[in-house]
Design a binder for this molecule. Sequence first.
Ligand code: GLY
Ligand code: MN
Ligand code: MN
Length: 430
Amino acid sequence: MKYLPIAKELFIENRKRFAARLKPGSVAFFNSNDEMPRNGDGNFAFRQHSDLFYLSGIDQEQSLLVISPDCPLPQYREILFLRRTNATIAIWEGHKYSKEEALQASGVKTVIWIDEMEAVLTILMNHASNVYLNLNENDRFSSQVPYRELRFANDLKLRNPAHQYERSGPILSELRSLKSDEELKQMQIAIDITEKAFRRVLAFTQPGVTEYEIEAEIIHEFIRNRATGHAYNPIIASGSNANVLHYNENNQICKDGEVILMDFGAEYANYAADLTRCIPVSGKFTPRQKEVYNAVLRVMRGATKMLIPGNTIEKYHVAVGKMMEEELIGLGLLNKVDVAKQDPDAPLYKKYFMHGTSHFLGLDVHDIGNRYLPMKAGMVFTCEPGIYIPEEGLGIRLENDILITSNGQTDLMSAIPVEVSEIESLMKRA
Ligand code: GLY
Ligand code: MN
Ligand code: MN
């Protein structure tokens, strides 16, 4: 791991909070992610399952965490099953956790090699009535690939049909959406690394550079600061490419007169940053570009103020839509009379601003959290309005990461340049 170790108290506390939510007589299982096959004998880079990481800090494949607070055998109330390492694995793949290291990382006192799991599993199941399974409950998840948690769940249910099965998903969604101080510290590191990369890009960009050269500057800055890499596929979209919302080609030349939309964020200690900035290739915005940019900036500032305890995503999106409507009328893109007559279920602003304004952020870039409950202090949301005008070859989005506090919010990206004057001055060459 490139990141510095996180004190195990975070994971001990997370397990305590999770265990407190279980029904009496329960056992909960958390599997690591699969090592995803690529081609031939190659795998994609391993990324730990965010829930397993949240509850244990263990960042290694083929791991299983068990939480069973009422197990009559005290040593089995928390167990980590880990891959048994040996000399061959050490030579080919490198170091794996020893039992002592796993204890130091997680605070889990009972560490057992995973090839010895069967006998212990029998005991755990015999002394539990409820079994909590941890399936992917993301509303947008859709995959034909049977993942490790699903295979584990199917196998367990087949062999133990008389147990009562429960879902860990709703509990984790609530717990993980409320960030602790230690988590915020890790997220701020991811954000600070992202800021460094943005400043590097400001100094680097000029007419004739390619989108991939900008991407290369970003990853260089990420890795030299201990980030694992990108938290998601970076978007480096010059000119009209900015109007393709998930543009990832990043292969065009950035031309004088264009604006580049860049959406990127570092992943540090498995925590994500999520930033969007738009900069002029020449170092100076045209009056029209500035006008659109400042409209988006006003909406971002107005929307940020509405990320407060008690507000709901639904009400928030309606209010942001109203702000956006005003701005689009001001830019001459919408007409007041048409807006007054619009179908409220298909507001006209969606032609120029077709995505949501905010999502939860944390261990995943689109982090888990219940969108249908009121916002609470400790939640982190992005704030990312945009205006996309293909006919002008221009797309502007600005995105900051915002922490909700008990009396308002804190912009975790307030140090990252966003004003037109700041951007132009940082891009100015002697
Ligand atoms: N970068 C992904 C997003 O902004 O949602
Ligand atoms: Mn985002
Ligand atoms: Mn983004």
